[in-house]
Design a protein around this ligand. Structure first.
Ligand code: NAP
Length: 378
């Protein structure tokens, strides 16, 4: 090993996930002058893990101190039961209206260490995200296979014959040959066409009653069956949409992406997902950054003080430790670093946050299909 290089070996079960009893995540991290670099990361069947024995234990760093489990959250991956591979529990969201900010935020996030990116046709910036990803891939520092990329089908493309063209257009804008995860952005079908928010003269959204969610799902299944994407899922659904679709789906949803934070823990939906082996992917884990909100909750502030973490780090740790994957968005390098450099919080702190009684949904997209926090279509 070269000077200044410390090899760290880590192992841990995937936190609170149904598969955690049988899968162990192992990784070797090398610390170089340039920072921490993940050397290898494998999911091992538990039996195989035990065969390998103590070789896979927390190593000691050069100072002789045992490694803390700081890396557990940022490198945790949740296996996809209905699809290929595993999704990094910590993801970066690209809902950033400004194209220049999209580019810099994506590059920062990649350089800081994020390996899971959430995109959407509706964000109108897949091209900027794609170019930023490609530029980093071109340096050879990061390989395409190391990054998990999601994008989403918009509401105006629910008609089965529109699904594949919409998928191909997203994939081309992102400049990638395969998509790790494709989601139906919302269960609401809008009038098909180029206008992303078709409205009547009174300003009301024109819905498309001629297509069911199951028909759209069948077209999504066909993308997986033909090898065009590796996993499919839904976003902005409630249990009443999800449960019947799950029952009839040939290919079950691998991931469900919904708003979730301590003020909207969605416990029933999370339990359903855990039972069925669906990954629950939380957006707005910082409550969209709105203040007052979870970032300023007294319980969160107290835990942050006690553990020398920031409120954002506490909220992200809570989300992953309760068994969800999570998407956060930061425009500056400092915040991207802060949100990536996670540390576990004690179980008592997780319980304390679980006891918060305030309930507040911040994004009404789940009720109408019209997203909050995105500029209106022109
Ligand atoms: N499926 C859907 O309908 C849906 C809806 C919404 C979002 N999403 C996805 O979820 C992603 C996450 O977005 P979100 O808004 O929900 O994420 P969020 O992380 O809850 O909120 C982001 C906001 O918090 C601020 N922030 C970021 N890091 C912070 C920190 N360390 N301390 C204090 N404030 C901080 C950001 O400010 P700065 O920007 O100034 O850094 C930004 O205003 C989106 O990008 C998108 O990919 C999906």
């Amino acid at each position: 090993m070269g000077r200044g290089v410390v090899e760290l070996r880590a192992q841990y079960p995937i936190p609170h996930h149904p598969a955690s009893s049988r899968l162990i995540q192992t990784e070797i991290i090398k610390k170089t002058e340039g920072g921490l670099k993940r050397w290898s990361c494998k999911l091992l069947e538990e039996q195989e893990y035990h065969k390998r024995g103590p070789r896979w234990s927390w190593a000691r760093n050069r100072m002789g101190n045992p490694m803390t489990s700081n890396h557990r959250l940022r490198f945790a991956k949740i296996p996809l039961n209905f699809g290929t591979g595993a999704i990094p529990a910590l993801g970066f969201g690209t809902l950033i209206p400004d194209p220049a900010e999209t580019r810099s935020a994506t590059t920062n996030a990649l350089r800081v260490g994020f390996r899971h990116f959430d995109c959407a046709e509706r964000y109108r910036n897949e091209r900027e995200v794609g170019e930023s990803l490609q530029a980093e891939f071109a340096t050879g520092a990061i390989a395409r296979e190391d990054v998990f990329i999601t994008t989403k089908l918009w509401n105006t493309n629910h008609r089965p014959e529109r699904v594949e063209p919409a998928f191909d257009a997203s994939r081309e804008r992102l400049g990638i040959s395969y998509v790790d995860l494709y989601l139906i952005h919302t269960p609401f079908a809008f009038q098909p066409g180029d206008n992303m928010e078709p409205r009547d003269q009174s300003g009301n959204i024109i819905y498309d009653r001629g297509v069911s969610l199951l028909e759209t799902w069948r077209a999504m299944e066909s993308l997986v069956e033909r090898g065009k994407c590796r996993a499919i899922g839904l976003s902005d659904v409630v249990l009443e949409n999800l449960a019947p679709l799950y029952d009839t789906a040939r290919i079950k949803p691998a991931v469900v992406q919904v708003e979730s934070h301590p003020y909207l823990p969605q416990t029933k939906l999370l339990e359903f997902c855990k039972q069925k082996g669906i990954v629950f992917l939380a957006f707005a884990p910082l409550g969209h950054g709105i203040r007052p909100g979870p970032l300023e909750d007294p319980a969160v502030l107290a835990i942050a003080r006690q553990s020398s973490l920031t409120p954002a780090q506490v909220l992200l740790a809570w989300a992953i430790q309760r068994g969800t994957a999570v998407l956060t968005t930061a425009k500056t390098l400092e915040r991207a670093r802060e949100n990536y450099n996670l540390c576990e919080i004690p179980e008592v702190a997780v319980d304390e946050i679980n006891r918060i009684q305030i309930r507040s949904r911040l994004n009404s997209v789940v009720e109408t299909g019209v997203p909050g926090f995105i500029a209106k279509d022109g």
